[in-house]
Ligand binder design. Structure first.
Ligand code: GLC
Length: 451
């Protein structure tokens, strides 16, 4: 098994399991239908009681996602009398996509409501229903840019559930103890992290690292790499028209700087870190800085968190070069209804309920998930629970989008090429050669895309 195969294996196994179950259910349905016919013939007239509809939703399980999903779904069940099965899917965005592609391609009706990444809309649109006829004026309350993202060929194929932007978490106590301000540039971050790591290790905290981020070869690394490159003024890999822009000295300099971190201020294992692995190191008190999404705030500040009360959060550093800027990748998860669903009306109603204002407010207060409804950033209770949310509106509005609109159905191939190149550079390959090879690969892909 190759490494790539090993990575998608859990998703494939889960997919096969769901498909098998789907076939078994099909057989069961045929048996039940057969019995009904016989029953009707023998004992007519029969009164069929109104039955609750059963639908299934896929929810993530990162941090407290699963618990939040269960609570919200239970509320909808009580309101409607319907029943919902929660299907847990892999945490890694990349593995989850592999599972969805397998299920959708097979036309499996097992998951009615899909939790999809903001960058998958173009890839999955043809497999999703148009929600517009079902959800009334709900779209008007969300950030217009997200609704635009979710509208493909005039069809509203998803509604936003929460939005994400890359942020920098830091240990306020360690910065204060060693007399450093929060870093404004990546170069300052490198220096501050190195100095604090050295000083702390010398006084006994041997397991302390300067910086943790998402360096594993998957979608999360594409997000990190885009932040480094764009903050150096190196562009967004493809521009809005799909032209390849990544082969430039700024992109090379950004990736080359990131490569110097590995084994120095970042543990060698960062090459295999996703969001939760980085959070594990930071939250147990073993890193000065961490790049992560907003969800990490509520957990780092949780009652049982060893770093509770000692964490600061701010926009990511800028590229400290002329033309450099702050750049946080736009992330987030949306809800969509599979076109293979047997209950689109109920599924769309669940989507409208979960993405609505009341649920988004609850998630923001309890677990610092960023609402996709701008009005909630002015809500006193939301701001009391997340003092940094007010300061997030700006980074969110300026968040850099991955080139998913330009790449459309081919986004995953583009992103795959990006994270592989970034991973190779982090692992020691020369940044200039690797970026050139990436640009050539993307240009070949682009050529195929345009034909
Ligand atoms: C977060 C983001 C999502 C991104 C993923 C990468 O879940 O919300 O958009 O693709 O991280 O790991």
């Amino acid at each position: 098994m190759t490494k790539a195969e090993a990575r998608v294996a859990p998703a494939q196994v889960a997919g096969r399991r769901l498909l098998r179950r789907s076939r078994r259910k099909g057989a069961l349905r045929r048996i039940v239908a057969g019995c009904l016919v016989v029953g009707l013939a023998l004992a007519a007239p029969v009164r069929v009681a109104a039955e609750a509809t059963r639908i299934a939703i896929s929810c993530g399980a990162l941090g407290v996602e699963r618990r939040l999903c269960e609570q919200a779904v239970a509320q909808w069940e009580r309101r409607t009398g319907n029943q919902v099965e929660i299907v847990t899917t892999p945490n890694s965005s990349t593995d989850r996509l592999a599972l969805y592609l397998q299920l959708l391609a097979a036309g499996a009706p097992d998951i009615d409501v899909l939790q999809i990444d903001v960058v998958w809309v173009g890839m999955l649109a043809s497999q999703l229903i148009d929600l517009a006829p079902w959800v009334g004026d709900a779209p008007a309350q969300h950030f217009a840019s997200l609704i635009e993202n979710d509208t493909v060929g005039g069809r509203l194929v998803a509604l936003p559930w929460w939005t994400d932007v890359g942020l920098l978490y830091y240990r306020k106590d360690l910065l204060a103890r060693h007399g450093f301000p929060p870093p404004r540039t990546w170069q300052q971050l490198s220096e501050t992290a190195a100095a604090i790591q050295r000083a702390e290790r010398a006084t006994g905290h041997r397991g302390l690292w300067g910086f943790v981020f998402q360096g594993k070869a998957y979608e999360g690394l594409t997000c990190n790499a885009l932040e480094w490159i764009d903050s150096f003024g190196g562009g967004t890999i493809l521009d809005a028209d799909g032209e390849v822009t990544v082969d430039n000295p700024r992109a090379v300099a950004a990736l080359a700087l990131a490569a110097t971190w590995v084994g120095d201020i970042a543990p060698p294992g960062v090459l295999n870190y996703d969001e939760e692995a980085s959070r594990g190191v930071f939250q147990s008190g073993n890193a000065v800085f961490m790049r992560n999404w907003p969800y990490a705030w509520a957990l780092a500040q949780g009652i049982d968190s060893p770093v509770r009360g000692r964490v600061g959060v701010m926009p990511l550093p800028a590229g400290g070069v002329e033309g450099g800027k702050v750049s946080g990748t736009l992330g987030g998860w949306h809800l969509a209804v599979s076109r293979h669903s047997r209950h689109p009306a109920e599924a769309a109603d669940l989507v409208a309920f979960l993405t609505g204002r009341a649920q988004q407010k609850k998630r923001a207060i309890e677990a610092s998930y960023n609402p996709t409804i701008p009005a909630l950033y002015e809500d006193a209770q939301v701001l009391a629970a997340n003092p940094f949310f007010g300061a997030l509106l700006e980074p969110l509005r300026n968040a850099v989008a991955r080139p998913s609109r330009a790449a459309g159905v081919h986004y995953n191939r583009v992103s795959n090429a990006v994270w592989r190149a970034a991973h190779d550079v982090l692992a020691g390959q020369p940044a200039d050669e690797r970026v050139r090879a990436l640009a050539e690969r993307l240009a070949r892909l682009e050529h195929r895309l345009r034909r």
